[in-house]
Design a protein around this ligand. Structure first.
Ligand code: NAP
Length: 296
């Protein structure tokens, strides 16, 4: 599925060497990034770029108003551009973080200002590489990146789709920018629908499950703050155990289930209540919606 994968953690000791000891990454200290749209997703993308080594003064932000650009830049520890043109001037990387319905109009509006050597990264769901390339001058380098919000703490996932004009060097640069995001993998535009079900939207499904588990812990008699920490730590611990051991989830589950014990009774209740099929339905709905949003 992938031709390139990068993994990292927020606790990595140096931003220039990969967890698996792969070759050193690009020095990002001179890379200039224009971020158009630093909202719920553009903001975490800015944070991960800064964590990877982009210098705050080289990360120029522009939102829909000067006040909003200033606010976002301050929050993120980056620079507000005086104008969209200023953000784009000499940019090596242009990130488009606006809503999907705005994306192609924005691409058309900036087509003459995107520097010829820049790589344009779109975060938008449902807008294809071909559509974005069609809105820009011929031969422009375009990638799509589909991140989830846990990239803001270095524990997210990003699926990257590479356009036909992107050079190996530019593609490496995009990977290096996301090197502190968690896991960054190359996917095809066909795979992005499954990726949205399995990563992009999945964090929200996990938040909903965590909320339900915490509420039930409170109903069972635990104080809210204790319930929060027990549930969150257990979810993190379960995921970390699987990640670090490589153990199959079913094997780990069986390891907690003694005959006639508390866990098997709880697992039987989960199956009776249809939790497995509910989770599958949520993921399938997200993937299907992504397919329907894609018209290109
Ligand atoms: N949210 C997610 O979990 C997620 C996951 C994967 C991908 N995405 C993608 O990320 C993109 C952004 O979604 P979002 O949830 O981050 O939306 P959002 O929170 O509404 O952010 C959109 C940003 O675009 C800015 N903006 C709007 N019009 C603009 C313009 N004409 N020029 C410059 N900036 C403008 C907004 O600035 P103002 O605040 O000043 O209006 C805001 O900062 C979408 O394409 C979405 O598909 C989102």
């Amino acid at each position: 599925m992938t031709d390139s994968t990068s993994q990292s953690t927020a606790s990595a000791s140096t931003p220039t060497s990969d967890r698996d000891g792969a070759a050193s990454r690009t020095d990002l200290s001179a890379v200039r990034v224009a971020l158009i749209g630093a909202g719920n997703m553009g903001g975490p993308v800015a944070r991960t770029f800064l964590a990877a080594g982009v210098r705050p003064e080289n990360l120029r932000i522009t939102n829909s108003t000067a006040a909003s650009s200033e606010r976002a830049a301050q929050e993120l520890g980056a620079r507000a551009a005086a104008s969209r043109s200023e953000a784009l001037e000499d940019a090596d990387v242009v990130v488009l973080g606006v809503k999907p319905y705005q994306l192609l109009d924005l691409a058309s509006a900036i087509r003459d200002e995107v520097p010829a050597g820049a790589v344009v990264i779109s975060l938008a769901a449902g807008i294809t590489l071909a559509q974005i390339e069609g809105a820009l001058p011929k031969g422009r380098s375009v990638e799509r990146a589909m991140p989830n919000t846990p990239i803001s703490v270095g524990e997210g996932a990003v699926g990257m789709m590479r356009g036909g004009s992107v050079t190996d060097e530019q593609h490496r640069l995009v990977h290096d920018l996301f090197a502190r995001a968690g896991v960054a993998v190359d996917i095809t535009e066909e795979q992005v629908h499954a990726f949205i079900g399995a990563a992009g939207s999945l964090s929200a499904f996990v938040f909903a499950l965590i909320e339900a588990m915490t509420d039930e812990a409170v109903r069972l008699g635990l104080k809210r703050d204790l319930a929060d920490s027990l549930v969150q730590q257990t979810v993190r611990g379960a995921a970390t155990m699987l990640l670090e051991s490589g153990m199959h989830a079913a094997v780990a589950k069986n390891g907690v289930s003694s005959p006639g014990g508390t866990t098997v009774q709880g697992l039987a209740a989960l199956e009776r209540e249809g939790v497995r099929s509910g989770v599958a339905a949520a993921m399938a709905a997200a993937a299907q919606t992504s397919r329907e949003m894609t018209q290109g």
